[in-house]
Design a protein around this ligand. Structure first.
Ligand code: UD1
Length: 422
């Protein structure tokens, strides 16, 4: 069994460069299909989900090679538009390949994506938008057979600003005839990064970061080189860790504007935060106070992906903090595990009430999902004695080196792998 062994009680100190964003690199890897050539992606994080995307690209006939943290993808030789069920189930983001494959060759066969540990994660908005663009979709034997004689640009209104649906529409629209106008689009920074990648390939995508995105389709695309933006959720994790454990940390190569709701919450809890264009510094004495209700919302609201790590930071805060999860139905699976460390949390439906406790104690806990797993590590840093966090495959989906990064900031944390034990 692999696990993190954490001994709590040490303050965090030092500087760290933040990895590239998982939620940027995954749609961009799908987007590499569009230029039928080479894409050189710098600052690409080595993650399970990135490996899963590479396996899909290779299955489609493309190649991808690492050089340090640069990934060179060649999609000229793409030979098929079919993704097997096992590959689709590996992660939710596999569905973003749909828009890209359709833009590239007009037909795709794939099943429903995996990654549903947060509750139901339908793709109805993705499919409705693609149908509006002229895609015929038929479900047979668990597979979606998608075919478009010609993709047509049109006006699409999303009923929810879904990140994945926004990305799928942008990708399909690049291969469509005419203009696509997407209203109520998701405004996440990762959508802006996708736009920047596509435009660097010669596409014409405008408006990302706002609610209306306009894509002029049919542009010839070419090779390109692109640097992935920093992972704001990884940064939020380390800021939460330093806030809870106390200390003084400086995170580099991160856009502080992407973290504004997280840093506002940590300031309210008693931390001092300074930031500049590409760095954020947080100081904390480790004695936090409860904050006003935290409501998750689409960007620029408080990110659902940072809910668990902020909760972990506030377990020992003085007073009571209420969390309201508005994006996913089942996003409190980490709560039972936090309770094993001594946390005082009650949940009902979308609400979690965290009553600060005087101390936490070390325990054996299991990661239940990606961000929930990181939250256990954050909480264990402030618990007395030794904790073990297992089920690391969840954490490995989104953190290139959680243990290494926290150890670099002075935490007493090591990753113990099965190999080592034998
Ligand atoms: C992306 C992120 C994920 C983040 C989430 C919300 C990636 C790889 N993942 O996931 O880390 O937690 O945004 O910020 O970028 N919905 C529908 N029908 C659809 C699509 C979505 O009802 O067709 C609902 C979902 O169930 C959810 C909400 O819309 O309640 C938001 O989901 P969405 O923004 O699509 O999340 P993802 O793209 O899956």
């Amino acid at each position: 069994m692999n696990y993190l062994r954490i001994i709590g009680g040490r303050a965090l100190q030092g500087e760290l460069e933040i990895q590239g964003a998982k939620n940027s690199v995954l749609p961009i890897l799908a987007a590499t299909l569009l230029n039928r050539g080479q894409s050189v992606l710098h600052r690409c994080p080595r993650l399970q989900d990135v490996d899963a995307s590479i396996r899909i690209l290779r299955r489609l006939g493309c190649s991808a090679e690492w050089e340090g943290d640069t990934l060179c993808v060649h999609t000229g030789a793409m030979a098929c538009g079919e993704i097997p069920d096992a590959m689709m189930r590996e992660m939710r983001s596999s569905v973003i390949f749909l828009g890209a494959i359709l833009a590239r060759c007009g037909h795709a066969v794939l099943s429903y994506p995996g990654g549903c540990e947060l509750g139901p994660r339908p793709i109805d908005l993705h499919l409705a938008a693609l149908r509006a663009m002229g895609v015929e979709i038929e479900e047979k034997g668990g597979y979606l057979h998608c075919c478009a004689q010609k993709l047509r640009g049109c006006e699409i209104m999303l009923s929810i600003p879904s990140v994945g649906a926004t990305e799928n529409v942008i990708l399909a629209a690049c291969g469509a005839e005419g203009a696509t106008v997407l209203c109520n689009a998701a405004r996440e920074p990762e959508i802006v990064d996708l736009q920047n990648f596509l435009n660097a390939c010669g596409a014409d995508v405008r408006g990302a970061g706002s609610s209306t995105i306009v894509v002029q389709g049919g542009r010839p695309l070419h090779d390109c080189e692109h640097t992935i933006i920093a992972d704001r959720i990884v940064a939020a994790t380390y800021l939460s860790a330093a806030a809870a454990a106390g200390g003084d940390v400086l995170l580099r190569r991160v856009d502080y504007r992407h973290l504004s709701t997280v840093t506002a919450a940590l300031k309210e809890a008693g931390c001092t935060v300074r930031s500049h264009t590409d760095w954020v510094q947080l100081r904390s004495d480790g004695c936090l106070r409860a904050i006003r209700p935290v409501r998750t919302a689409p960007y620029p609201g408080f990110p659902t992906d940072a809910q668990a790590v902020l909760m972990a930071a506030l377990l020992k805060a003085k007073g009571t903090t209420v969390f309201i999860e508005n994006i996913f139905e089942n996003r409190y699976r980490h709560v039972d595990e936090l309770t094993r460390l001594g946390a005082g949390i009650r949940t009902e439906g979308r609400v979690a009430v965290v009553c600060g406790v005087g101390k936490l104690h070390g325990a054996r806990v299991q990661a239940t999902d990606l961000r929930g797993g990181a939250a256990l590590a954050v909480a264990a840093l402030t618990a007395e004695g030794e904790s073990r966090v297992s089920e690391l495959q969840h954490i490995d989906r989104g953190y290139a080196d959680l243990a290494g990064d926290l150890a670099c900031l002075g935490a007493d944390i090591v990753r113990v792998d099965e190999m080592e034990k034998n």
